[in-house]
Design a binder for this molecule. Sequence first.
Ligand code: 5GP
Length: 212
Amino acid sequence: MSEIDIHRRGLMLVLSSPSGAGKTTLSRRLLESDGEITMSVSATTRKPRPGEQDGKDYHFLTTEDFGVMRNKGEFLEHAKVFDNYYGTPKGPVEEALSAGRDVMFDIDWQGTQQLEESASNDLVKVFILPPSGHELEKRLNTRAQDPPDVVAGRMAKASDEISHYAEYDYIIVNDDVEKALKELTAILVAERVRRERRVGLRTFVQQLQQAL
Ligand code: 5GP
């Protein structure tokens, strides 16, 4: 391990994709392999799916409680997606970033646009594409947690979500999860050493120059 520790501000890694492109698997794998990034836990008014835990996968809220948080300005961004409300609580994100920890977000294009307006310097935007329409449909069906009408709705929405790909910095085509994970890791490693994020650089360089 290197002794050199140049303080940096954390970054916000946004992952967007149509449902079924493999974003959940990818983000889970990245969390397992990287100790410096945490997942932002969104609030939602959608009902929990089997196996989902309150406070871990989402903060599951009533529409009323969601509205109270929104009116108090407690969300960094919020949007309506598939008839439900979703939002990113502000507090934990701001805390992590100033402590130099990175935060990953699984949010849609609407939320990404809002973050772009309020936090563009901290933002790294990654869009995940499925390898084909057929594969996307297959993944949505085998996931089997949603009823068929919901799957059909998500297929219809996929094209809409995909139409926003050009608003993102990086595009990963997820036909092989190991390859996709490698690409995502490479993005993270490179973005971490960006000059603008390394707020301790000035002091480090001054010390370096003094020693010359
Ligand atoms: P799901 O209900 O399948 O977990 O998520 C549905 C969609 O909502 C996904 O595209 C996901 O990225 C998006 N989403 C989840 N949390 C948030 C959030 O906090 N804000 C926004 N804007 N979108 C979210």
